[in-house]
Design a protein. Sequence first.
Length: 375
Amino acid sequence: MQFRDVIGHDHIKGQLMANVQAGRISHAQLFLGPDDSGTLAIALAYARFILCHDKGEDDSCGKCPSCLKFSKLAHPDLHFFFPSAPNQEHKKDVSSKLFLPRWREILEGTPYFTYRQWLEHLGIENKQAIINTEDCNNIIRALGLKSYEGKYKIIFVYMTEKLYYAAAPKLLKVLEEPPKNTLFLMVSENKDLVLNTILSRTQILKVSHPSEEEISQALAEKTGTDPARAKQIAFLSDGSVSEALRLVKHSGEVMADFDSFREWMRYCYKKDTSKIIKWAEETSRGGREKQKSFFQYGLKIFRLCLLHNYDAASLIRLEGEEKDFISKFSPFINHRNAIQIVAAFNTAITHLERNANPKILFTDLSFQLVRLMHS
Ligand SMILES: [Zn+2]
């Protein structure tokens, strides 16, 4: 991750690089913002820039020995800490150190994963993950090590709010009087959950979602997505870079979702029971994740219909068949049935997560839609 790979946030990037160039590096910095906005990506690019031997005006070099080690996420002066919990692989005592291979694995994919995706990656999505006492001991240990390259040593903490409160006092002292050339780079989503004693010793850098334009431009430039499609995806993803990248990866599926959704709504509108049942049967054959994302797609379409009803101009960024469909379909969505439709979809998503039979779920939801659409 270099600064050039970070989507949007030109101002923050410029500020951070200027601080490093001027030798004004704060010893503890907290990157605060939604987990899908790019906080992790920015913090990583910053860490790399600090450690780079041959930094340029506007980025790390990408080629020096430090950058090469960084690319493999194996820089000896970079120490990662993050929330974890026992899983299938490590059933008892856990620590960031044990899960480091998994951490590298997810980062090699993209630093734009959400916290939930991290938990899913470890197979602990239903557990409370924490940065535990063992992690705090390891942080103290890392502080005692000599810096390998004789420059900075970076303690990188992902999701600082998950720091186990009973283990935190150990850290406070070092945050107050950090050893020379030690930097704490912390990422957090919710300031209210971070211990006040940490906040008061930290420089906070607020990160918000990049703009729709920044996302669509980056998608077109970096992923080779067709510009019109990139605009559409940026619009559908509401500023979430993680969601935008997911949609790019499944761009074909998004179109398939659209076709399937349009078909489904037609059958519901016509109250065509036999077609509804056949559709439910076919759709229920896909995997659970795919079905969930289909429902989420449906929710977006309903939301767009409501927007269309209130203010058609907000749809300008949607193009082609989707735009046509929404303008034709939106008269059937109104303030009377919208709340119930959204609730029915959300219930269906919850049931899917609890392993409900998808065929029954799709059929049942279809009949609710028939009723709501004609009410
Ligand atoms: Zn370099």
